[in-house]
Design a protein around this ligand. Structure first.
Ligand code: UD1
Ligand code: CA
Length: 459
């Protein structure tokens, strides 16, 4: 199967410098969704017809299985598919028997199951149209049937009143024998209200050729809805997120509110996972069994171990959280963070490029950067690893069972030995030996008989 994806339109109504097909839905370009649908049905060759924002579109989505056909200027959908023909005939291993499926770069939610049904209906030598029955068919091309047989498609702008009353519409998606397309497309005319070469005119040509015309229908109306405006983009985003939420719940995930979750990538969940409202998942996120995610967490490319609990407002990116850990509220785990089992990271604690081993805790207000922390370590409130001298970064090593008093600065490179204690307020510039108390603090003095100054009387 060849797939041609039409993506040359400008998308004026988006009011944006970004080409329309590059606008993201669930974090992925609209055109990316359509390309993935083409791959899902095992397309032999995918040809994208591009025009507006050309190079930007190509560089964003180029891949070895995609060929690109420039359409400049844009003279209509029939003209657009014609631009793809050289790529198809050159590539098709069975040019005479192969079919071509036409998709649209701005119709992102088309499902592989619907496309398979359409392809099946087409068989080897029919023209298959994906049509739908709408209560309000306005703006769409209408399917004109005589005695039940499809005769032609008439565009809304070219239709008379009787034709406009037809409620069966052309979604635009179709499958045609590639050889017949190659024959028909160069013969299309543009004598219509819009002065365009209409792809839809191939229907009448197929009838003239005596080719059977069959129809299939999408399972859901949103599958064939296009994006022309930010409003439509937002509506399809919600449809997509509702579908993702439904799949998660069918697999046993508990969602506090399926209308308040955003998955912009791949979310893999174990058994008995619970997710509170307003969480955003980006890239690939794995939540193991019994993970609980509190409200308003943002997780990107991370793995959360079984039984771990994320309190509300955590931000986690490129990090690994261990089993039974307790994170947050308001914790930030940055790239390169790896936490062992039963680790506690509390409010306003930032961890970056650091490993923290089993049973260690940093419960309040700390910065842990470029550090290797052992097991059962307690990092007191206000502790900071001074990992950067303005030019280079250095590591801090804290060995097992160390106790770091509050408001400590660890000036890296520096090592705190096993079982060492650092007194509160220490600025550690040299290694702290194991099992000893190290403290760098001016000795406390009390001055007997000292008097507070009193306010002097004026005048
Ligand atoms: C088209 C169909 C109409 C159908 C409707 C479904 C034709 C003549 N009409 O109408 O029957 O009901 O889609 O939405 O096909 N494009 C190009 N190059 C061009 C023109 C269009 O790449 O020269 C692309 C656009 O980017 C867009 C798609 O083709 O993704 C459809 O084009 P558009 O002009 O929106 O067609 P409609 O008038 O909506
Ligand atoms: Ca359209």
């Amino acid at each position: 199967m060849n797939v041609v994806i039409l993506a040359a339109g400008q998308g004026k109504r988006m009011h944006s410098d970004l080409p329309k097909v590059l606008h993201p839905l669930a974090g992925k370009a609209l055109l990316g969704h359509v390309i993935d649908a083409a791959r899902a049905i095992g397309a032999e060759r995918i040809c994208v017809v591009y025009g507006h924002g050309g190079e930007q579109v190509r560089t964003a989505l180029d891949a070895p299985d995609i060929t690109w056909a420039l359409q400049e200027p844009q003279l209509g959908t029939g003209h657009a598919v014609l631009q793809a023909m050289p790529a198809l005939s050159a590539a098709a291993s069975r040019p005479a028997s192969g079919g071509t499926l036409v998709l649209y770069g701005d119709v992102p939610l088309i499902r592989a199951s619907t496309l398979r049904r359409l392809i099946e209906a087409a068989g080897a030598n029919s023209l298959a149209l994906l049509t739908a029955h709408l209560d309000n068919p306005r703006g769409y091309g209408r399917i004109v049937r005589v005695g039940g047989e499809v005769q032609r498609i008439v565009e809304e702008k070219d239709a008379d009143d009787a034709e406009r009353a037809i409620r069966e519409i052309n979604t635009g998606i179709l499958v045609a024998p590639t050889a017949a397309l190659a024959r028909w497309l160069p013969t299309l005319g543009n004598r219509n209200v819009q002065g365009e070469y209409y792809l839809t005119d191939i229907v009448a040509l197929a009838v003239a050729d005596g080719m059977p015309i069959v129809t299939a229908h999408p399972d859901a109306a949103w599958e064939t809805e296009g994006v022309n405006s930010k409003l439509q983009l937002a509506e399809l985003e919600r449809v997509h997120q509702r579908n993702v939420a439904a799949r998660l719940m069918e697999a046993g995930v508990t969602l506090a509110d399926p209308a308040r979750i955003d998955v912009r990538g791949e979310l893999l969940c174990g058994r008995d996972v619970g997710i509170d409202v307003n969480c955003v998942f980006e890239g690939r996120v794995e939540l193991a069994d019994r993970v609980v995610v509190g409200a308003n967490c943002v997780l990107k490319n991370c793995r959360i171990g079984s039984g771990a609990r994320l309190a509300p407002f955590c931000h986690i990116e490129d990090a690994i959280v261990g089993p039974d850990d307790i994170i947050g509220p308001y914790a930030r785990l940055r790239p390169g963070t790896e936490l062992g089992r039963d680790v506690h990271i509390g409010n306003f604690v930032e961890v970056k490029n650091s490993t923290i081993a089993d049973h260690s805790k940093a419960n309040h207000l700390a910065y842990v950067g470029d550090a290797t922390i052992g097991s059962r370590v307690n990092v007191g409130a206000g502790t900071i690893t001074c990992n950067y001298d303005g030019a280079n970064k250095f590591r801090t090593v804290i060995e097992d069972d160390a106790f770091i008093g509050s408001d400590t600065q660890l000036v890296a490179p520096v090592t705190v030995g096993r079982g060492a204690t650092l007194g509160a307020g220490t600025t550690l510039t040299r290694n702290a030996p194991p099992d000893q108390l190290t403290v760098s603090r001016a000795k406390q003095v009390s001055i007997a008989g000292w008097k507070r100054p009193v306010k002097q009387k004026k005048g």
